[in-house]
Design a protein around this ligand. Structure first.
Ligand code: 5GP
Ligand code: ZN
Length: 157
């Protein structure tokens, strides 16, 4: 595994990225470092969430505004477990750049709207995105889990 720079490993302060834009169809360099070639889809036509986005595969969609859509997770980890997914194929949150980073704010706005409309805002909810192998990412098209309906534990497993 790549060494983590000490100033990052020893601190939980936010890290500012200065990475420049990379082509969105390019798989994450980090994912490629951890996964063998057959584990990471190399073209968008093989991507599960691209297939759901374009209607090739079915899903229980609860929202679609053309930029972001939300579906029910097939294997829910809470009474309500939705996935908020940009239509645009970006493999991991590590691949966000200056052009695409604004998506993340809109994801959190949408999560807040969905939770509020469901009456879950006061009790609370969790939004989480897993990145690469150690983060627990299994689908390499960015998505944000929105969970509510039970008290969440911390730290996560
Ligand atoms: P990750 O593991 O990448 O953070 O999240 C992927 C999520 O996608 C998992 O929670 C998994 O249950 C969900 N998932 C995997 N395949 C499908 C599918 O075909 N349909 C739906 N709706 N969810 C899926
Ligand atoms: Zn995709």
């Amino acid at each position: 595994m790549a060494a983590v720079p000490r100033h990052i490993a020893s601190s939980n302060r936010p890290i500012r990225s200065v990475r420049r834009a990379s082509p969105v169809a390019t798989q994450s360099r980090i994912a490629r470092r951890y996964l063998t070639w057959h584990e990471v889809p190399t073209v968008m036509s093989e991507c599960l969430f691209c297939k759901i986005a374009n209607g090739e595969l079915p899903a229980e969609k609860v929202h679609d505004d053309g930029e972001l859509f939300a579906i029910k997770d097939i294997n829910p980890a809470a009474p309500t477990h939705l996935l908020i997914i940009p239509h645009r194929h970006i493999p991991t949150i590590a691949d966000l750049d200056d052009e695409t980073a604004g998506l993340v704010g809109r994801v959190y706005r949408l999560a807040a709207d969905i939770a509020r409309e469901a009456g879950a805002a006061d009790n609370g909810y969790r939004v989480v995105s897993n990145c690469n192998r150690d983060g627990g990412q299994t689908v390499y098209h960015i998505h944000f889990h929105l969970l509510f309906g039970r008290a969440m534990g911390w730290p996560p497993g």
